[in-house]
Design a protein. Structure first.
Ligand code: FER
Length: 311
């Protein structure tokens, strides 16, 4: 074949396009699914908690540091050995029993995602040094409960495994943590929160198991979130049992309609909650900023929580 000037250019452009396509991680290439949807804001959709102070997520010199370790456990529900990352606070001791926050990642993530997006250990070390949080253990499991739990290929195809994680969490993850660490094992000392798919999981599992979790948070919750009336079928019971229900979303996040629906239902049925809408998108800034606020409000005294309630 003779290369004319014009088909040579076509080749250059095509190979350039191919290189760009290959360079984009698959998780991003498949992101659109609702993320680009038009945002419509209502009067309740405002920022009620300020952005964190500068340096909140930067390791500080001269303060005690907690530890982050990767542990393995045998999951009966999945049938494999799985991994989770665990933060223990500075001075962690078997002589004290700690509350536990279970923190869940998004559709393209795994047990390392929160560490990459927010460094919860740094955030908590800093808050603890300032006396602004209660010493707690933070568990970052893998919410994709299937044999191959890596974030590979079309990550949206693993959505059913995110639903299946309910069993792994309740039957394997929590019992593992409670057998290996010094923890208070009751609902008042268990919190569940997550970002996007993990936000949906936290709302779905947490609100369905108020006997297990008293503190629940969903940041930029994804469309895996159950419809509000299924999520909270008994508003009076939820109101009575919840110590904190925290919802947040960025006002540039095409998934905000999911949280807006939950928030409207909670308001209509008089279930206390925090609803923080900040100026970010479906991104790590939103997740780390709202983790910063959430961790300061969990495992606290009821009277303290009242004064912080924004809605
Ligand atoms: C969807 C759009 C986004 C969806 C899930 C997501 C299950 C999750 C995004 C994330 O976890 O970042 O339609 O459906």
């Amino acid at each position: 074949m003779v290369m004319t000037r014009s088909n040579r250019w076509t080749l250059v452009v095509l190979s350039g396009l191919l290189a760009v396509t290959v360079a984009v991680p698959e998780t991003f290439a498949q992101r659109p699914r609702g993320l680009g949807r038009q945002v419509t804001l209502g009067p309740d959709d405002v920022q009620v908690l300020p952005d964190p102070p500068a340096g909140f997520n930067v390791p500080r010199e001269g303060i005690p540091r907690g530890r982050v370790e990767m542990i393995s456990y045998d999951s009966k529900s999945v049938g494999t050995t799985r991994r989770m990352q665990v933060y223990t606070p500075p001075g962690y001791s078997k002589d004290t029993k700690y509350p536990v926050l279970y923190l869940l990642h998004g559709i393209g993530g795994d047990e390392t995602e929160w560490q990459r997006f927010a460094a919860p250990n740094v955030l908590l070390d800093n808050l603890l040094a300032d006396g602004k949080a209660v010493p707690m253990i933070v568990v970052m499991p893998n919410g994709r409960a299937q044999k191959n739990d890596r974030a590979e290929g079309d990550v949206f195809r693993s959505a059913p495994a995110f639903a299946a994680f309910e069993q792994d969490l309740l039957k394997d993850v929590i019992p593992t943590i409670e057998s290996r660490y010094s923890v208070e094992a009751d609902r008042e000392h268990r919190a569940l929160a997550g970002l996007s798919m993990g936000g949906g999981q936290s709302l779905n599992f947490g609100l369905a198991h108020l006997d297990t979790f008293a503190w629940i948070g969903g940041f930029s919750s994804a469309p895996n979130t159950r419809p509000p009336a299924q999520l909270v079928p008994d508003p009076a019971a939820a109101k009575q049992q919840l110590r904190l229900l925290y919802l947040s979303c960025g006002n540039k996040d095409g998934l905000i309609h999911v949280s807006q629906g939950v928030q409207a239902y909670l308001k209509e049925h008089d279930v206390p909650h925090v609803w923080n809408v900040d100026p970010y998108g479906h991104d790590a800034t939103h997740w780390r900023n709202n983790l910063y606020h959430f961790v300061q409000r969990i495992f606290t005294e009821r009277r303290y929580r009242r004064s912080l309630e924004a809605n």
